[in-house]
Design a protein around this ligand. Sequence first.
Ligand SMILES: [Zn+2]
Length: 592
Amino acid sequence: MKRASLVWLVLLLSISLLGSGTAIGRAQPPDGQGTPEPFPFSDRYPAEVVLEVPGDTATLVRLDIIVDQVRPLDETHLFPRPGSRFEPLVATVYINSGESQRLGQAGLVARPIPNESLRALRQYGPGTDQPSGWPTFDQWVARMQAIATAHPTLVRMVSIGQSVQGRQLWALKITDNPDVEEDEPEFRYISTMHGNEPVGAELTLRLADLLTDNYGTDPALTALVDGTEIWLWPIYNPDGYTAGSRWNAHGVDLNRDFPDRVTDPVDDPAGREPETQAFMNFEYAHSVTMGANYHTGALVVNYPWDSVPQPPDYAPDDALYYLFSVGYASRNPQIWNGGFPNGVSRGWEWYIIRGGLQDWAYYWHNEHHVTIEVSSQQPPPYSQMDTYWNNNRDAMLWWMGQALTGVRGLVTDSATGAPLDGTVDVLEVSKPLRTDPAVGDYHRMLLPGTYAVRCSADGYLDQTWTVQVADGPATVRNCAMVSESQPTMHVGGIKIRYQAKGAGKYVVSGSVRIFNESHQLLPGAAVSAQWNLPDGSHQNQQALTNANGLAAFRVKTTQIGAFQVCVTDVTKSGYVYDPAQNHETCHSLIVP
Ligand SMILES: [Zn+2]
């Protein structure tokens, strides 16, 4: 957006207000239409629409218009929050002549605007060979290859498929032991789904350099590489990038091509663009904990939902998304001062989009994913990349580190230790996630607090644990799952009594009953118990259950006060001890 055209719009609106004599008049059609300037691969061109009433925003959604950005008409204002008084907005849209007509029929004037992005890319885009010019796709690939070659123990360069025009969809995988599946959260940064928005490509490759060049010398960066599996996609849409186009070579907006939870709610790659299919198939084979994708055109961290049936509609992780997004924005001075309150917005609060990557990754795959708009210029000259890197570097590292917070653990078979394809649900959030079946690991980001975490797996008994989450590294909660087919046993009840045995002498007795899963008393089980005595000392004892499933423990003592007996373990050949079924594990009695 350039100031000249904004001034023009303000003038237009003022004239319209004077003419109509009402508080808010409809914008009149401009006398001189701009000339449509479509990108390669598509007949859609950039245009601006003034949204004077809330219904105008709904019209854009109803007509399925591709919106790239919405901002207040008065550029001195912050973007309005829902619930605050509506003020006129300007939407930058990409439309063809048919969509322009449909907008007109709905009473909205779409004025073609200069395609600044196309002009900039012709001036200093890939292949222009200018001092401030952007690298070619082949130069990006060579740079990725050089990083992989220089760091063979940390980096793999992987193609997940091919674009429409046959270019490889390259990613860099960075982690210690890159050929081994480990108990680590997977993290990713993606850029340039829109081929004319390459700033994030440079950011992700500078991040790759930073992580690999300082591995082994910088403790924090080394910990990130050791503790996470990092995936970087600098150029998601190589055909668009090469042609200087927003679109892929079929003229499709790749950030509108995913299944949509509202309008296209089947998670199926069939019939989608090759770039989308490759990306979806990658996600099916991985368990990605956290990610972000980089765009340009505005300055904001945009978080789910982008697509809602009816505003307002809040994601289960809304509070976490907000704080994490503010965490990124507050570390990036450009975004912090970019015109949004605290530098962030829920997607639908800004403008609704259907078929975006962010909602798909979160809704179906529990990847905590946001869309980060890092530049109002699309694109700035390549010579400005030092500025963008300096503004994003700390935020990028901070955001990655969040993947290591919350609660994590392994879900395994208690008898064999084998990893399980299980589900972990934090009941307070209710957004269940799958374990990575290769290792059985799960990674669930949470804000500090107390949560009920339920582990389940087909053929195994559910387990629910209370977990405390603090600031900092994730709390570990492993789930050793007990097979439904394996007989289980549990503690059914504990009793304590005492007898006086002459002057100041007592015998304190505890009895423990052990049951099988059908609640029948179980003889022959070895019960381990611990006495906690009034003076703070402990005594450990073992006893076998008798024919009535009863194990007895006793201490002779001269102490008085609180006695407690706790079952610490139960073993019996052919049975698994299942603490989740216990009625109690400790019992207390005061000897007066
Ligand atoms: Zn974009």
